[in-house]
Design a protein around this ligand. Sequence first.
Ligand code: NAI
Length: 478
Amino acid sequence: MKAPVMTDTYLNFANSMMGSRIASALGLPRPVVLERFQAHQPVIDGDVLVGAAAGAHWLPSLVQAFKSLQINSVAHGVPSWTSLCNQVGMMSGRWSVDGQTGARVKALVFDATGLQTLEEADSLYQFFHDTVRSVLPCGRVVLLGRVPAQCADALQSTVQRALEGFMRSLAKEVKRGIAVQLLQVDDDAKGTLEGALRFFLSPRCAYVSGQVVRLQAAPAAEVTQSDGANGNAAQPLQGKSILVTGASRGIGAAIVDTLARDGARVVCLDVPAAQDALQAVADRANGTALALDITDPQAPNALVQAALADGGWDGVVHNAGITRDKTLAKMPEHLWQSVLRVNLGAQASITQALMEASALRAGARMVCVSSIAGMAGNVGQTNYAFSKAGVIGLVHSQAPRLAQQGMAINAVAPGFIETQMTAAIPLAIREAGRRMNSMGQGGWPVDVAETIAWLLSRSAAGVNGQVIRVCGQSWLGA
Ligand code: NAI
C-alpha cells in the first residue's frame, strides 16, 4: 500500500511523543494514524461484542457470518448468543460479568432490526452506554436495522429511521479512528450480511464512517459464491477483467493497484498525454494500458470493441474526473462544458454503450466516482457539483436496469483525499478540508480504492444503487 503524495505534517506531529503532549496540553485535536488493510490480515484483529434489541432478526445469520469470517465474539445482554454459537461449533462468552466492565474489543455489532417502539430503544441506549468506551482504537461499530419504508407500521418505521441519527452522532463521538455504520437489511437479504461485514468490520473501510448502506436480496448464486467459505478471500476478484478510467495517477492508480492485488486483470485507461505514466501503472499491475480520451465521440464504441475482444468485462470503474473551478458568474462556457463532459457525459454514454452491446459479463458490477461536493455543493464548483450529483442520478436511474440483468452499479463519494488534486488547494483551505471530518485527517487514495474493490466483489452482492461516502464522515453535506 502506497502512502499518498502529500504528507500530513500535523498528523505526524500529533502522533509523536512530544507532539502528543503538546497537542494534549493545548487541547488540540489528536487524529490517530488509521489502521489500513495489509494482505493476508484477518477480517478483524480482535473480538467482536454483540448486542441486540428484543426480537432481533439476524442473530442466527450473524453467527453464521462470524463463523465463516473466523471472528471471535462475546455478547452483552443477548442471552441466546452462546447457545447460537455452540450450535455452529463456535465458542463465545459473556462480555461483562456481574456488572464489571468487560474486556476491550475491536468492534461492536448491534442487531436493532427488532426495534419497534420508543421503549424498546432503551436497549440501544443501554448497550452502547455500557460498551462504547471498550472499543479499541481504529475499531468498528455496525448497527443492523431495517429499511424504514419496508416496516409494517408507522411507529416501527419511525424508530428504524431514528437509528440513522443515532448512528451518525455516535460516529462523531467515538473518535480514535473508530468507524460506525448502519446496515439496513431487507427481509430476504440475510445471505448478504457476511460480505458486508467482511468490509465494514475490517481495516479496508478505514476512512468510511457514518454511512447508511442498504443490503437487498441478491441472486442465490451470487451469495453462495461470495468470498466467504467457498470463495477466494485473498483474491476476491480473481479471473475478473475490469476497466478503470483515469488510471495513470492519484485515486485511479490506487484503484488499479488494489484491484490487481485482489486478483483482477485491469484495463487501465487514461488520456494519450498520460501514456507513459499509464503504462507504468499497467505494467506494475500486470494489466493493459488503453490511451483514450473518454470524451472522444468514438470512445464508447472503442471501449465496446475492447470489451468484446476481452470476452466482456466484469467491472467498470468510472474514475476519470477533472475540476475547473470558477464562480458561476466568472465561469467561461468551455469550463462548464468540459467538466460536464468528462465527469458525467462520458460515464453515461460509455455505460449505455457497454450495456447495449452486451459487452459486460454476467454479474458485472460498475462503480462511479462521485464526490461529496455533489452532495454539499461548493463555492466555485457549480460545474463540478452538477456533474458529481449527476453521477449519483446516473447510479440511481441505472441500478434497477442493471439489477434486471443480474448486474449492479454503485457510487463512491470521496471527501478530502490526499492527491495531486487536493495538494493544489491553498494551504488554509486544504487544512480546513483535511480536519473537518470525524477522523480529523484526509483519506488516502487506497481508502477509495478499497471501497471500490469491495463494491466490485461478490462480497457486495445485494448492494446496488448505493452511494458510499469515503470521507471520514466529513461535516460537509452530511
Ligand atoms: P487526478 O487529477 O489525480 O486524476 C484524474 C485522472 O483522470 C487523471 O489521470 C486524468 O488524466 C484522467 N482524465 C481526466 N480527463 C480524462 C479524459 N477525458 N479521458 C480519460 N482520462 C481522463 O484526480 P484524483 O484526485 O485522483 O480524482 C479521481 C476521481 O476522484 C475524480 O473523478 C475526482 O473528481 C474524484 N474525487 C477526488 C477527490 C480528492 O480529494 N482527490 C475528492 C472527491 C472526488
